[in-house]
Design a protein around this ligand. Structure first.
Ligand SMILES: [Zn+2]
Ligand SMILES: [Zn+2]
Length: 178
């Protein structure tokens, strides 16, 4: 598969008809329903995206378009997730439906981070400053490759070594198994 190219609005667009998510067909690189305001004429019918926590107690569905997809490196995301970066996709909260119990941690005033009550998987972010909006942790999607991030944000908080992550040796499993 060819690497994604970028249109003016920085949304990755495949250069060939491909099917990176296996079960869905694509006219172009993004899943149907995922479009950006800058990509007029490329919108596709709405798609339902599914995901859930590690233990399976929480499952969710989201319909429609993501309005942003980014990897956040802020200190709050790092500590709350126990990870160096968190990929988020934003949606209208009305498009989200879920089953199972979530718990809430207010990481700062007006902010709700919701996670599975049983296994602790981080799932959702809701900020009173962005009413009607929910951010979903892309890593909890059944097919996270369907929502490719288009930028890193809050790099001011990132550890220096995150900036050269991509230069490290990569192994399919572990070095001894190569
Ligand atoms: Zn769980
Ligand atoms: Zn963050």
């Amino acid at each position: 598969m060819a690497p994604p190219s970028f249109c003016e609005c920085e949304v990755p667009v495949c250069t060939e008809k491909s099917n990176p998510c296996g079960t869905r067909s694509f006219e172009w690189g993004l899943p149907r329903g995922i479009s950006s305001p800058g990509c007029k004429g490329k919108e596709e019918p709405a798609l339902t995206i599914e995901g859930g926590c590690h233990c399976g107690a929480v499952r969710y569905e989201i319909e429609g378009e993501a309005n942003h997809v980014a990897v956040c490196h802020c200190t709050d995301c790092r500590r709350c997730a126990g990870a160096m970066g968190v990929a988020w996709a934003g949606f209208p909260i009305a498009n989200l439906s879920l089953s199972g119990d979530t718990a809430v941690y207010a990481s700062s005033p007006g902010v709700e981070r919701r996670f599975c009550l049983i296994c602790g998987t981080g799932l959702f972010y809701i900020n009173a400053d962005a009413p009607g909006q929910v951010d979903v942790q892309v890593a909890t999607l059944d097919e996270p490759e369907c929502l490719p991030p288009v930028r890193h944000v809050q790099m001011a908080d990132a550890a220096d070594w995150e900036k050269t992550f991509h230069q490290l040796p990569m192994h399919d499993r572990y070095p001894a198994q190569d």
